[in-house]
Design a protein around this ligand. Structure first.
Ligand code: IMP
Ligand code: MG
Length: 185
């Protein structure tokens, strides 16, 4: 039995296209971080599969010492748009001071969440902080100073789900990324 498809969606990015892009990102990251120990910080819960696949692709690139940790953030949403009021709802386990941190995020929308997290990691003394996002919605950006170093795919202003991303906590385990036909309120 296959994965049941949620209603009113169309596939935007197939599983094999995600896998190919993850491999290419891993090759680029491994080259950039050659000779440095890389510490991935995954943002729960949406980055679950992206971090799982990317970290294994990095291992296959023989990227050297590789560690990862998780943080969960919540951002108050006024309607569909997040605000700058971001909170840590589950914190990291390991300290980041002196480490080369690469944040692994599912999607950058307004950019408020990543702006908050980059500042937090810098304040905690990380040696370097960069962001790797599977998806980017540049049309929605409200934080112009945010630098996203690695981007899997740039997409239009559409609500997406699958491959870790949810609609009301559902559909995260779909192997592909789908677009919701009508935007949720
Ligand atoms: P930002 O702070 O506006 O950049 O919000 C980023 C967060 O909003 C991401 O970590 C996602 O959890 C969530 N998000 C934004 N757009 C989507 C989407 O299209 N589908 C699922 N989650 C989304
Ligand atoms: Mg998220």
């Amino acid at each position: 039995m296959g994965v049941s498809e949620p209603p009113h969606t169309t596939i935007l990015i197939q599983a094999d296209a995600i896998a190919a892009r993850v491999m290419a990102l891993a090759a680029e990251i491994a080259q950039d971080y050659a000779g440095r120990e890389l510490h991935l910080v995954g943002v729960m819960r949406g980055a679950l599969y992206f971090l799982a696949d990317l970290s294994r692709a990095l291992q296959a690139e023989d990227a050297g010492a590789l560690t990862f940790d998780w943080i969960e953030l919540s951002s108050y949403r006024g309607g569909t748009e997040s605000t700058g009021n971001v909170e840590v709802t589950r914190d990291l386990i390991d300290p980041v001071d002196g480490r080369h941190v690469l944040v692994i995020e599912d999607i950058v929308d307004s950019g408020h969440t990543m702006t908050f997290l980059v500042a937090l990691l810098q304040a905690r003394g990380a040696a370097t902080v960069e962001v790797c996002a599977l998806l980017d919605k540049p049309a929605r950006r409200r934080a112009p100073n945010l630098q996203v170093r690695y981007i899997g795919f740039r997409i239009e202003d559409q609500f997406v789900l699958g491959y870790g991303m949810d609609l009301d906590e559902r559909h995260r385990a779909l192997p592909y990324i789908a677009v919701v036909a009508a935007k949720p309120e």
